[in-house]
Design a protein around this ligand. Structure first.
Ligand SMILES: [Zn+2]
Length: 678
């Protein structure tokens, strides 16, 4: 890695520990507060909890009538938390509204794609444009900040909760058109960018443009419209976040602000939203099975943690996770012994400085009354889950040295929201099985299995001047869309000595979702030294093969028919009318190399290919040893001491050699080993 190691400050400056805790809803327990709240404080301390997130969805409790605030209960609970040395992640309550607001101001209610306005209810059911909603938000956020600016418990601001959805009301339509007028120089430019002559969709006036709808013109015919709508929706959330944080920043400038993200949630480009967050936080709910399949789940969860960390390139917060069952999954399976500690240390291994839960005390009613909680309905510390949580608390307390440490990565894998939006809309490759996310994770996993720390970056970071200098290897599965500056940055990376890996379905469309002319992979044709003439989509039962290094590997689903131009063909198709044609190529360019994998393959090919590549490119692994299947190793470092995390995602015991000494891992077992940094 060619960048200096950085030691970051703790999330809350005065707390030099990993934060441990979670969402807590004391407002739901006001009728029994004399007993429940004090007992909660005792139980929290007993579980090694040093933070609780309060006030999420508490607007009706904080402002029961318009303009009449009731902060008494929040004063009391924050005082109790301070008394027990528990830091507050204090939420703005804007994820859901009190009923009085919907009744008095129907404009705050969201309008769906079918142009129907919602009734009151649910959450995230508000228009982000509505001046009334914005005014009410400013008022409550200002009141909260003024009241608690000097409160000793206040540590972090938690904005709303899991931003999501979209609004198609008239106010939002107007704002969308203003966004487009800002983005395009003229209506002619927009028509050209959207290729709107198709099916007579040419716009004659800005006022004719409407957001995508299920009834009539929309994403079915004009892909550029859907793409810009999603970009606009992201900008709406960025703008709303800035609106919400404005009073907090003015009154409490030193308190970090965040909002909790949801992995690869499709509705918002998180790389864009993260630019305005002080610290990134997210909610992780892997579908653990208690079987050998958890290696798949573990790899995916690691990918999502690495993606979240890479949004800002610094430690993040695991804002929510379940200490046991996840009620909204189709199967709410319990965590097997060891799994709770495993998923918690996994987050820390990948850069989280917190382990937080939804939820601390299980509610009696509502749709989440059976979701896992630190304190169950039974109400005491005498449960299996409570003991699991206390074990995590005790383990985290031994890891103060990890706080703020860096995650060095020689490898970056690309995951890009804009590209994903375009792939979601395209008709022609494999409509049902395009599976962009699955393709990215398959490549990521080949590094995960070798214990290679990996960043996950998008086109905006690729194009950022100097950003690629830190990596030795850049892997971009299905780099279908090339946004401005991306091909140039990748070519410069290769010329300087980097190793680039691309696959089928690369370089098809520009930032407006218009295809490149003159041969795919468009602006990357010279870098990769190939021309991709056609792509063959296979039926699920179809098989082809890539013959490479004397082995035949299965090829499935998508096989691109390419010509090696300046590239050397090192692998060939094994079957069908294109048998013998190039399926794997390498182009030597400047000081570096650009590989092209023409077909979708299984994990066997990716493991062998990236195993050889890691050795060839001199990529750093967390431990200098082969890892058993389903086990990964990750590193956090302050530049002097490495903390090596060993994580076993299988129900069988495993052993890993670290620095010549074997480390035993039980079923779903974990270990953290310190060593001086080489
Ligand atoms: Zn709206």
């Amino acid at each position: 890695m060619n960048r200096p190691i950085v030691r970051h400050a703790p999330v809350v400056g005065r707390v030099p520990h990993l934060l441990h805790g979670g969402d807590y809803n004391p407002d739901q327990w006001r009728s029994t507060k004399e007993t429940t709240w004090r007992e909660d404080m005792r139980l929290a301390r007993l579980a090694g909890i040093n933070t609780l997130s309060v006030g999420i969805f508490a607007w009706a409790a904080l402002e029961p009538e318009e303009g009449r605030y009731d902060f008494g209960w929040l004063d009391e609970i924050l005082d109790l938390m301070a008394e027990h040395d528990i830091t507050a992640v204090l939420a703005t309550p804007t994820g859901a509204r009190p009923g009085w607001m919907s009744r008095a101001y129907p404009e705050v209610l969201r309008v769906n794609r079918d142009r129907t306005r919602n009734r009151h209810g649910g959450r995230h059911n508000h228009c982000l444009t509505s001046p009334v909603y914005r005014e009410k938000t400013t008022a409550i956020n200002t009141a909260l900040a003024e009241r608690y600016k000097d409160h000793p418990a206040l540590g972090v601001w938690h904005l709303s909760n899991e931003y999501g959805g979209e609004c198609h009301c008239d106010l939002c339509q107007e704002r969308f058109r203003a966004y487009l007028q800002d983005r395009f120089d003229s209506l002619d430019d927009l028509n050209e960018a959207w290729w709107s002559a198709f099916w007579a969709k040419t716009y004659a006036d800005w006022s004719h443009i409407e957001s995508p709808s299920e009834h009539g013109r929309g994403e079915q015919d004009i892909h550029g419209l859907e793409l810009e709508w999603r970009r606009f929706t992201t900008e709406q959330f960025v703008d709303f976040y800035l609106h919400e944080t404005a009073p907090l920043k003015a009154i409490t400038p030193d308190v970090p602000c965040t909002t909790n993200l949801m992995g690869t949630y499709p509705g918002i480009d998180y790389f864009r939203l993260a630019q305005v967050l002080d610290v990134v936080s997210w909610d992780s709910y892997p579908e653990w099975t208690g079987t050998a399949k958890d290696a798949d789940r573990g790899a995916r969860a690691s990918f999502l943690h690495d993606l979240t960390r890479s949004l800002k390139g610094k430690p993040f917060m695991l804002m929510e996770s379940s200490p046991s069952a996840t009620n909204w999954r189709p199967v709410a399976k319990l965590h097997r012994p060891g799994v709770h500690l495993l998923q918690s240390l996994q987050a820390v291994a990948h850069g989280s400085d917190t382990v937080q839960y939804f939820q601390f005390r299980k509610g009696r009613g509502g749709s989440e009354k059976f979701h896992g909680a630190v304190v169950d309905h039974q109400g005491t510390e005498h449960t299996r889950v409570f003991k699991d949580v206390a074990e995590v608390g005790a383990r985290l307390a031994q890891l103060d040295g990890v706080v703020g440490t860096d995650t060095p990565a020689d490898v970056a894998v690309v995951y890009d929201w804009h590209l994903r939006w375009a792939l979601d809309e395209q008709k022609g490759l494999l409509q049902q099985r395009t599976d962009y996310e699955g393709a990215v994770i398959a490549h990521y996993r080949a590094f995960w299995e070798q214990g290679v720390p990996t960043d996950v970056i998008d086109s905006s970071l690729i194009a950022r001047p100097g950003h690629l200098d830190r990596y030795k290897v850049l892997v971009a599965p299905m780099l279908y869309m090339l946004r401005p500056g991306v091909a140039e940055a990748i070519d410069a990376f290769v010329q300087r000595g980097g190793t680039f890996v691309a696959t089928y379905a690369t370089g098809y469309v520009d930032e407006h979702d218009r295809t490149f002319l003159g041969g795919f992979p468009g602006p990357l044709r010279e870098t990769l030294g190939i021309w991709a003439e056609e792509i063959d989509a296979l039926y699920p039962e179809d098989r082809n093969a890539i013959e490479w290094n004397g082995t035949s590997y299965e090829a499935v689903e998508l096989c691109e028919l390419i010509h090696a131009e300046t590239a050397e063909a090192v692998g060939a198709y094994g079957a069908d009318f294109y048998a013998g044609r190039p399926a794997l190529t390498v182009n030597r360019r400047g000081e570096g190399k650009a590989y092209f994998i023409a077909a979708r393959t299984g994990a066997d090919f990716l493991a062998d290919f990236y195993g050889a590549l890691v050795a060839e490119a001199g990529v750093e692994r967390a431990v200098d040893a082969d890892l058993p299947a389903g086990v990964t190793a990750q590193v956090r470092t302050d530049g002097t001491t490495d903390h090596v995390f060993l994580l076993n995602f299988t129900p069988a015991p495993a052993a890993v050699e670290v620095g010549g000494a074997p480390v035993e891992l039980g079923p779903f077992g974990t270990a953290v080993v310190e060593r001086p940094r080489a």
